[in-house]
Design a protein around this ligand. Structure first.
Ligand SMILES: *[C@@H]1O[C@H](CO)[C@@H](O)[C@H](O)[C@H]1NC(C)=O
Ligand SMILES: *[C@@H]1O[C@H](CO)[C@@H](O)[C@H](O)[C@H]1NC(C)=O
Ligand SMILES: *[C@@H]1O[C@H](CO)[C@@H](O)[C@H](O)[C@H]1NC(C)=O
Ligand SMILES: *[C@@H]1O[C@H](CO)[C@@H](O)[C@H](O)[C@H]1NC(C)=O
Ligand SMILES: *[C@@H]1O[C@H](CO)[C@@H](O)[C@H](O)[C@H]1NC(C)=O
Ligand SMILES: *[C@@H]1O[C@H](CO)[C@@H](O)[C@H](O)[C@H]1NC(C)=O
Length: 730
């Protein structure tokens, strides 16, 4: 049997060895961390997470009580913290304890108890207060502060560490009101030489233990090292163990808290992003949180039809969704109404605000949020502006699962650094670029980031709208844009806003240069929103052509490939019919140079609908690469082509007699379907006795113009056939 007294002996032995090698360490069990938190704010949760990471055991005072200590902004306050500490210590006996008293809403631990205690011991005092470079709240006490050899001279009461009996006695005399200043109370003790000596107090002037950020923003940088992150004070060359965003530095602690202590590191990426998720996987669809989606149309915007198509495809049970659609633009009434008529009944409820109601932007948002606030079933409000292109169909689920107060999916403007979040704020509350902004936007750092501003698309917890954000006019604030007013109000409540770039979510459209003078205005967006234009108008298999050599070769030197989507064909035909000024088909044609057309057709030129530039861009982007591949050595800029849409009808113009095109090469795109829209049709190349009898909608025929490819348009025997033609390099 092993004698039981051996164990304590070994323990003693270990201590003895330690004591001999260096000064005896205070064991970690002796450390007690005490904080006051009357509310479970986002910042408090962040504090606890960092404490847990280092295995600090934290005692929280004041939970659930009403905060009467003031807001620190208008006047000094915080006395309630001293009262609560005093009360707690009165019942505490353990004399040998070391107590760390620390704020929590704006604090993160950057290091563990061992280092903290070691540094405390090295300070060689019984009580160590955090230090500040700015004196507060009473400037008149400046002279009473002892000089320090190096570092900060003034006391900060947001963090201190010391032997429990000393602290107990120090706060025993507190009789102040809850809204009196705790900092002034401790400052008066510290600046009294007798008391300072009696309690054996010193300041952590060089920020070895505590880093207060106020007045020290230039001194603090992130330091990444071996899978953990710290803040480094470059002025004093120290690595503070605790970081405190005191005073007006809440956004800076939010920024640092995105990394410290190990939230995001180069080695691991984000370590918390998939923690605390509230998974929807186990839920029946009927149990999904109810989301009110607010859709805001504030200006003429391209691709609104596509927006609603995507809304329909959003992966979320529709009977757990309600819609609020605000439309300020008469131009978009047709699209909204069509969507509501065809699909509105799928949703649990729909409300829409039409242009003629004359409601302002801010008011529409206030009202939409209020709908969710007052609807007891509403669990989340999902706000989305119509210019947002949400490519990720799972966006809403992903955001709900994040279980965060306010969270936005990151969207960017293609090819730019623009995004729907700000990494930092300028002094006057506008955009400022954080050091990590570009890395986040460009996806080199993936995570869920605490940021001071989000816009365009985000999810908000309804419970917040009924508590901290119960103010109806969230979007209204002395002349600020609604989005800025909103973010300002959220920041004021110290609610955290996040943006996630853990997945790709989508992008945002440019609404500049969007004209509303045509029937299908989106056709004109090839310059402003090229990616969206391509997705809408280019054939889904176009990109495979080059890769998989899908171009067909029906006749010698004639190439056939898919280029237009169905929608592109329809829009172009409808646009032309809407314009309606078809040429008469005679030889005299004032629209072209020389005024004489050899082989006249019933047609409308692209320049007649102001589509010349856009069409040329289309040729350069989508046809020229194929030309260069199929006719090696020939390069084209597609400049000055003659572009038009031809209409064939049995009793108008059914066919085109054999001819050469006035082009180096010709592109001929079928805009509708044989046997559906017309009978007959096609094209025959006489030299090779080779016909294309079954044109395919959206496919382009490309062939040399002059000399070799003498050809004819075969008769359309019923219906109406449309083709788009370009004579390139005439
Ligand atoms: C915290 O405690 C756990 C077990 O209780 C341990 O695995 C972990 O290493 C500790 N972490 C630190 C930073 O000491
Ligand atoms: C506490 O109050 C007593 C009585 O007023 C006074 O004698 C003592 O100096 C005070 N102690 C401190 C630390 O202020
Ligand atoms: C502190 O609270 C009291 C009431 O408890 C009030 O009369 C006083 O004006 C407050 N002081 C400050 C500075 O807010
Ligand atoms: C504070 O206490 C330490 C021992 O813990 C002592 O060496 C030092 O002289 C004391 N300082 C003051 C100012 O009393
Ligand atoms: C694209 O190609 C796939 C596979 O060959 C085919 O199934 C699909 O119908 C094509 N899409 C269109 C619009 O023709
Ligand atoms: C042209 O082709 C058609 C069918 O492919 C054939 O019937 C006809 O005889 C050919 N004409 C000539 C001149 O080769």
């Amino acid at each position: 049997m092993r004698p039981s007294y051996l164990l304590p002996w070994i323990f003693f032995c270990a201590l003895w060895t330690l004591a001999n090698s260096e000064e005896q360490r205070i064991p970690q069990e002796k450390l007690l961390v005490v904080t006051v938190a009357t509310k479970e704010t986002d910042g408090f949760r962040r504090f606890l997470r960092s404490a847990k990471h280092f295995n600090y055991s934290v005692k929280v005072l004041g939970r659930g009580q009403k905060w009467k200590g003031g807001d620190y902004m208008s006047a000094p306050g915080g006395g309630q913290k001293v009262r609560l500490l005093k009360e707690a210590l009165q019942n505490m006996k353990t004399e040998e304890q070391i107590l760390l008293f620390i704020d929590s809403y704006d604090v993160v631990f950057a290091s563990g108890p061992k280092e903290l205690l070691k540094k405390f011991q090295q300070a060689k005092h019984k009580v160590v207060f955090s230090s500040e470079s700015l004196i507060w709240p009473d400037r008149h006490l400046e002279d009473k502060h002892p000089h320090v050899r190096e570092g900060n001279r003034f006391l900060g009461s947001g963090g201190f560490i010391g032997y429990l009996p000393n602290i107990k006695e120090m706060v025993a005399n507190w009789t102040g009101a809850d809204n009196n200043s705790d900092q002034l109370f401790f400052t008066k003790i510290y600046t009294d030489p007798d008391k300072r000596k009696f309690f054996n107090i010193t300041l952590d002037s060089k920020c070895r233990l505590f880093q207060n950020l106020h007045g020290a923003l230039d001194e603090v940088v992130l330091k990444f090292e071996n899978g953990r992150v710290r803040a480094r004070n470059v002025m004093h060359d120290t690595l503070p163990a605790i970081i405190h965003g005191n005073g007006p530095t809440k956004l800076q602690i939010n920024y640092l808290g995105n990394y410290i202590p190990n939230v995001w590191t180069f080695e691991t990426g984000c370590t918390v992003c998939d923690k605390d998720l509230c998974s929807l996987a186990a839920l029946k669809e009927s149990e999904y949180p109810l989301v009110l989606i607010g859709i805001f149309i504030q200006q003429p915007t391209p691709f609104v039809t596509v927006f609603f198509e995507r809304l329909l495809k959003l992966q979320y049970p529709k009977n757990r969704l309600k819609l609020f659609i605000y439309n300020k633009e008469p131009h978009h009434e047709r699209q909204v109404n069509t969507f509501l008529k065809e699909h509105g009944s799928l949703y649990q409820d729909v409300k829409s605000v039409n242009p003629d109601e004359g409601m302002e932007d801010a008011e529409s948002r206030n009202q939409a949020f209020d709908m969710c606030r007052k609807d007891k079933d509403c669990d989340y409000f999902f706000s989305i502006d119509v210019e947002v292109v949400l490519k990720n169909e799972n966006t809403l689920k992903i955001l709900v699962e994040q279980n965060l107060p306010v969270v936005a999916p990151m969207i960017t403007r293609v090819g730019r650094l623009w995004s729907n979040f700000w990494g930092a704020l300028s002094a006057d509350g506008y955009y400022a670029r954080s050091e990590d902004y570009v890395d986040i936007v460009q996806g080199r750092r993936l995570g869920v980031w605490n940021v001071p501003y989000v816009s365009s698309v985000y999810l908000v917890k309804a419970s917040l709208l009924r508590s901290e954000l119960s103010d109806y006019e969230l979007f209204t604030l002395h002349g600020l844009d609604p989005d800025m007013a909103y973010c300002h109000n959220i920041r004021e409540k110290e609610i955290f806003m996040y943006v996630t770039n853990m997945q790709p979510f989508g992008r945002i459209l440019s609404t500049e240069n969007y004209q509303t003078s045509h029937l299908h205005n989106d056709l004109w967006q090839i310059f402003e929103n090229p990616l969206d234009w391509q997705e809408r108008y280019i054939h889904e298999n176009y990109s495979l052509i080059m890769k998989d050599k899908l171009t067909e070769n029906p006749c010698p030197d004639v190439y056939w490939f898919p280029v237009f989507s169905d929608v592109a064909c329809n829009h172009l035909v409808e646009e032309m019919e809407n314009f309606g000024k078809w040429s008469g088909g005679g030889n005299v044609d004032t629209r072209i140079q020389g005024g004489y057309e050899n082989v006249p057709t019933i047609d409308i030129h692209m320049n007649q609908i102001n589509f010349e530039k856009e069409w040329q861009k289309f040729l350069v982007e989508f046809v020229a690469p194929i030309t260069e591949k199929m006719y090696p050595g020939y390069y084209t800029k597609c400049s000055n082509p003659l572009n038009f849409v031809v209409r064939y009808k049995p009793n108008e113009q059914p066919l085109l007699t054999p001819h050469h095109d006035a082009s180096t090469f010709t592109v001929n795109i079928a805009l509708n379907s044989k046997d559906v829209d017309y009978q007959g049709g096609g094209c025959r190349f006489l030299r090779y006795n080779c016909s294309i009898n079954a044109p395919r909608k959206g496919w382009a025929l490309m062939h040399p113009g002059r000399l070799t490819h003498y050809h004819e348009g075969l008769p359309t025997t019923a219906g109406t056939r449309y083709i788009a033609v370009s004579f390139v390099d005439p």
